[in-house]
Write a protein that binds this ligand. Structure first.
Ligand code: ZN
Length: 497
């Protein structure tokens, strides 16, 4: 089911059509479809120009447009927030937050990384000894995509040195993947790979609802929301309790959260118990704006028919349709009130009550409730694109989104490498005396460098990446607080005995 452990080429020149398709199917199982274009050789954004070394200082932002190999290289060398990233995946607190190199833990060393390279080579089961090893490989390979897999019982790199089946996944963050393509049947402004600020509201609702449920209903505390770089969001739950869950436990959480179910042919997809679901408050707030205004569902028969189709009683459906057609120009909010009234007037038997009573609520759910890509969540070995990748099609960095202000996030404004380079050059021009950290490495004694470097800002701190890395750092620090508390508890318990 999974591609081989070592690197292989995605689209072999001589491979037959069926073999290629089979490979694609395997890959689509492993990756979210959001990024299927990564795998296409004809992607115009991916130039295969020879890669040279550039410093961010000398790179003109304008020259960079369309030169993706250079963009990846500049990003990994100058902007990738390696330290907090390493501290996240390390899940330990030894030397954390100091300039002393943090000792790598098994969580880091046994973590599977997967890379896709510019030439479309796909490398699974990569693992690294420490942060330097990881950083060096990033700078050397410049992957167009980084995915994170599980933490295994042994180093994934050593997979081929042990007997088959000896590599066992032991932990991974609980993850969620929400993709705008799953909203194509209900959104009217865009389709396919496109998103705009109007349909992005579906993602805002999704983040709010899933975040609230994970915190309130499951008690998780450490949640990171990340823009997927194009048309979706990912959530990483870093609580220890979440990381050690079995696939069955992950499945149970997903089915609790999955209210919208059924294929495209099933008209009514909501399958709610009669008791009120706690997310109704959040989605009701957004329903009006989405359906009445930004998606404009109730203005033309073409789109309002989809809403009418959810009403199971044919006679009632016809009455609402007739009513709306009677004065199609009235405000959407008025049409919605009319629908609710007509349904209410037609509840005259217990059977009708059971059939119709919750229809308005179910319409609200169907048009606003998050649609999860569940295969990503329920298999601990499933790969998910890492935060701080660059989406090869849009050139946008996959940045963390603060949940408190998620409605202000505009995907079109996510940082791109040309913009980061421009911002860095502007900052340095306005702040003489700050130096490019990466250029100073090796120019002075290590001790001097450590002292010097501690007062120098990181390049990401000089750019619009800063606010996103700070969201990430807050997430990492929260996890570290819990780890410290647990260590204290363990220590005091051992003293007690
Ligand atoms: Zn749109």
């Amino acid at each position: 089911m999974y591609p081989p452990a070592n690197s292989g080429t995605l689209t072999p020149v001589e491979a037959g059509q069926s073999e290629e398709k089979q490979k694609r199917d395997e890959l689509e199982h492993l990756f979210d479809l959001d990024d299927d274009e990564v795998l296409k050789a004809e992607n115009p954004w991916m130039r295969t120009a020879p890669v040279e070394l550039f410093s961010a200082k000398n790179a003109g932002a304008d020259d960079l447009a369309g030169d993706s190999p250079r963009q990846f290289m500049l990003f990994y060398r100058h902007f990738f927030p390696a330290k907090p990233y390493f501290e996240w995946l390390n899940y330990d607190t030894l030397n954390a937050g100091t300039s002393i190199a943090t000792s790598p833990s098994r969580s880091f060393m046994n973590r599977e990384f997967s890379f896709i390279l510019t030439n479309e080579t796909f490398m699974r089961y990569q693992s690294f000894k420490n942060m330097e090893d990881f950083k060096n490989e990033l700078a050397r390979l410049c992957p167009t995509r980084i995915d994170l897999g599980a933490v295994y019982n042994i180093r994934p790199k050593d997979k081929n040195m042990v007997r088959a089946g000896a590599l066992v996944a032991v932990s991974k963050e609980m993850v969620f993947d929400i993709d705008m393509t799953d909203y194509d049947e209900i959104r009217t402004c865009c389709s396919g790979g496109d998103v705009c600020i109007k349909c992005w509201e579906f993602m805002t609702v999704a983040m709010k609802v899933i975040d609230a449920a994970l915190r309130d209903d499951f008690g998780f505390k450490h949640l990171l929301w990340v823009y997927s770089g194009r048309r979706g969001v990912h959530c990483w739950v870093g609580d220890e309790r979440a990381r050690v869950m079995t696939n069955e436990q992950r499945k149970a959480i997903v089915s609790y959260l999955e209210v919208i179910k059924g294929g495209t042919n099933q008209v009514r997809k909501v399958n709610l118990p009669n008791t009120l679901h706690p997310s109704l408050r959040i989605i009701s707030e957004h329903f009006k704006n989405l359906v009445f205004s930004s998606q404009d569902i109730l203005t033309t028969p073409e789109s309002w028919e989809k809403i009418l189709a959810i009403i199971p009683d044919e006679a009632v459906r016809a009455k609402v349709r007739e009513d709306w057609e009677d004065a199609p120009g009235r405000a959407p909010s008025q049409k919605w009130e009319n629908l609710k009234n007509i349904i209410g007037q037609n509840i005259d038997t217990p059977k009708k009550r059971q059939q119709l009573e919750n229809i308005p609520r179910d319409i609200i759910f169907q048009y606003t409730y998050p649609r999860l890509d569940d295969k990503v969540s329920v298999d601990i070995r499933h790969l998910l694109k890492s935060p701080f990748c660059i989406h090869p099609k849009t050139g946008r960095v996959c940045v963390p989104i603060p949940i408190e202000t998620c409605e202000n996030f505009d995907p079109a404004s996510a940082p791109t490498v040309p913009r980061l380079v421009r911002e860095l050059n502007e900052y340095d021009a306005n702040h003489p005396g700050t130096e490019d950290r990466s250029k100073l490495q090796g120019t002075m004694k290590e001790v001097e460098f450590e002292i010097f470097i501690n007062v120098q800002p990181y390049n990401w701190q000089k750019t619009s990446l800063r606010e996103h890395v700070e969201v990430f750092e807050k997430f990492v620090k929260g996890i570290q607080r819990d780890i410290r508390a647990k260590k204290r508890d363990d220590a005091s318990r051992s003293v007690d005995f």
